[in-house]
Design a protein around this ligand. Structure first.
Ligand SMILES: [Mg+2]
Length: 260
């Protein structure tokens, strides 16, 4: 019997073969740091994820705003299934679907202009991901309003095909089709994810879109940390989640109950 069943929640008892696990990266598996490139990964994390993936028959994917290439470097030596750039690119097994920056010429021009506009704003970090551009103000909280209005104006100038994704001390200009819920749906239509009950853990506004998809599928949505959410369960910190995943990977019962 799973913990969920013992706790008397709506979750039915389910063997590991019935679950598909989707995990955000920053703020969920690892702590958020001041400079996005400086993120540090607990050395045990890739091994825990690999064990868990095996236990789940391969149905484990990272769903992040980061590019796949960045996540691969942080999770070496493993090549996990990944939905990157808020779902603009994804990899299932050895099948890779990438976003091509040259398909977004106006966004590329805008990235250059944003670089010029924000060059004099000390502490504002521009993260150019090719098919999206993230503006971080974690190091310059006094520039928050300026960054928000700049990002909004940039997206409006680009028209309806682009939007702004807000997050923790970040505003990202990206194609309007991007969304974590959408890429989770893509995974759920393919083996080994198809027919499984999804779990998704995330920490930020961009993950709420994924939680909606998970809830629609009768899955288990988990918000890491504080903040308003539609997720059905909450954990305090990335360390709490890593601890739960580690116990599950080692053969323990499903470590989530579906209780807030
Ligand atoms: Mg996150």
């Amino acid at each position: 019997m799973t913990q969920a069943a013992k706790a008397g929640t709506p979750l039915s008892p389910a063997g590991e073969a019935e679950w598909a696990l989707f995990l955000d990266f920053d703020g969920t598996l690892v702590d958020i740091v001041e400079r996005p490139e400086a993120v540090s990964v607990d050395p045990e994390l890739p091994v825990i994820l690999a064990r868990l993936k095996e236990r789940l028959g391969g149905a484990l994917a990272i769903i992040s705003g980061r590019p796949i290439s960045f996540l691969d470097r942080r999770l070496e030596p493993f090549a996990f299934d990944i939905g990157g750039l808020h779902g603009l690119e994804h990899r299932i097994g050895d099948r890779l679907y990438q976003c091509q920056p040259e398909e977004h010429p106006r966004l590329r021009e805008m990235a250059d202009r944003l670089g010029e506009v924000l060059a004099l704003k000390t502490g504002v970090v521009i993260e150019d991901k090719g098919c999206s551009v993230a503006l971080h103000w974690r190091l310059a909280p006094q520039e928050k309003d300026f960054v928000l209005s700049t990002a909004q104006a940039a997206a409006e100038a680009l028209g309806v095909d682009y939007r702004v994704q807000y997050g923790k001390a970040v505003a990202e200009i990206l194609p309007a089709v991007a969304g974590k819920g959408r890429v989770i749906e893509t995974f759920l239509q393919q083996s080994p994810y198809r027919g499984r009950r999804p779990i998704f853990a995330g920490d930020d506004l961009t993950d709420e879109n994924g939680f909606a998809t998970i809830n629609d599928h009768g899955g288990l949505s988990i918000r890491i940390g504080a903040g308003e959410t539609i997720a059905r369960e909450r954990l305090g910190t990335p360390a709490d989640l890593r601890h739960s995943l580690s116990k599950w990977a080692a053969g323990g019962p499903l470590p989530f109950t579906g209780d807030r």
